[in-house]
Design a protein around this ligand. Structure first.
Ligand SMILES: O=C(O)CCC(=O)C(=O)O
Ligand SMILES: [Fe+2]
Length: 280
């Protein structure tokens, strides 16, 4: 399996992108409208923040799920035995965040959210009618007015050699939400699992934008768009001494949106957060 790299400006971009998402759960865009300079500035600013004590002023809230999640409390992927080797900060427009980092992070949030809305309409356009007739409302409507879309700034620290056997930067998991938008990180390591169980590197040249399907869209599309397992493997050699930083935006519907006969977005999210051990 090879994840398709699609030129956002190509005349057939929408169709090729949706096909890639259907085939693999992943799609990669080049020539997209997200400003690379902004992404680079966020990476640099947040690396300094994670290196500072200031992060301890924003302990995560179990109820709201905003703030700083340390390596000690960060999530354990569903079915995994070890915690991931990562720390991260959850940003919502209504949530807590360091004042000096707010403008950059919220500018990125707005850009990525706008693009995500367009990409959802691409996904919808190329959904076969026998599937889309079950969408409770157009996909791009599901996110309108949503307060749940989450920007996560992740920092994977340099490895110390003392990590528990089998622990990974991010163990295999599927994302919970509709779509995830992820600029290529500053270091490699992201892999996706193909239909035969093999792990395949996701194209990650600096400047590429990686998009993947989450469980909520798999649920709403009855599996037509698969939420594929992915992971971040540990670096070896020189790379092990470096931090890796990444910036996924998890696109969430409004809580009351009906995903399927079984679930609203709210009921689905609560169930999954409990499974991750970050909610009681
Ligand atoms: O850091 C990455 O490249 C991926 C992160 C990820 O998959 C996640 O946080 O859900
Ligand atoms: Fe993920």
């Amino acid at each position: 399996m090879q994840v398709q790299v699609v030129d956002y400006r190509a005349p057939d971009a929408a169709q090729r992108f949706a096909q890639s998402l259907h085939d693999t759960g992943f799609g990669v865009l080049v020539n997209h409208p997200i400003q690379q300079a902004l992404v680079e500035k966020i990476y640099a600013d947040w690396l300094s923040f994670f290196d500072s004590e200031d992060k301890l002023n924003y302990p995560f809230s179990k109820e709201k799920q905003d703030g700083y999640f340390s390596t000690e409390i960060s999530e354990t992927a569903k079915g995994a035995s070890q915690k991931d080797i990562k720390e991260y900060f959850h940003l919502y427009p209504w949530g807590r965040m360091p004042a000096q980092l707010q403008a950059g992070a919220m500018a990125y949030y707005a850009q990525a959210n706008t693009l995500a809305g367009e990409l959802l309409s691409w996904v919808e356009r190329y959904t076969p009618p026998e599937i889309s007739k079950h969408y409770s409302e157009p996909l791009s409507h599901m996110i309108e007015g949503s307060q749940q879309t989450l920007l996560r700034v992740l920092r994977y620290p340099p490895l110390t050699g003392q990590e528990p056997a089998g622990a990974l930067r991010a163990a295999a998991h599927g994302d919970i939400n509709l779509l995830t938008i992820l600029p290529a990180a500053n270091e490699p390591g992201l892999q996706v699992q193909d239909k035969h169980g093999q792990w395949v590197d996701v194209p990650c040249d600096f400047g590429m934008l990686i998009i993947n399907i989450g469980d909520m869209l798999e649920e709403a599309s009855q599996g037509y768009y698969p939420s594929t397992q992915h992971r971040v493997v540990n670096p070896t050699g020189e790379g092990a001494r470096r931090s890796r930083v990444s910036l996924p935006l998890f696109l969430h519907p409004r809580g009351e949106v009906v995903l399927s006969e079984r679930h609203t977005a709210h009921s689905y999210l609560q169930e999954r957060l409990r499974e991750l051990g970050v909610k009681t």
